[in-house]
Design a protein around this ligand. Sequence first.
Ligand SMILES: [Zn+2]
Length: 75
Amino acid sequence: MLCPFCKSEIPDDAKKCMNCGEWVDPAYKKPLPEKGTFFSFLGETIVNLLFWAFILLIAGIVVFAYLDYNDMITF
Ligand SMILES: [Zn+2]
């Protein structure tokens, strides 16, 4: 495989690049995809929150419009 830091050819099972000395163990690479998943999860959560905030806003408008309508009939 290629060292992600110095792009030199190193053994596939190498944990540390013998050329630049950086750790290339897959265990050290894992945090990156997890970060991506976390941020996409965060994005999904924000979209969901905005969606439900929008639904609640519409529901609130409908309820208040309905109450106003009832008030108009009562008075
Ligand atoms: Zn290297």
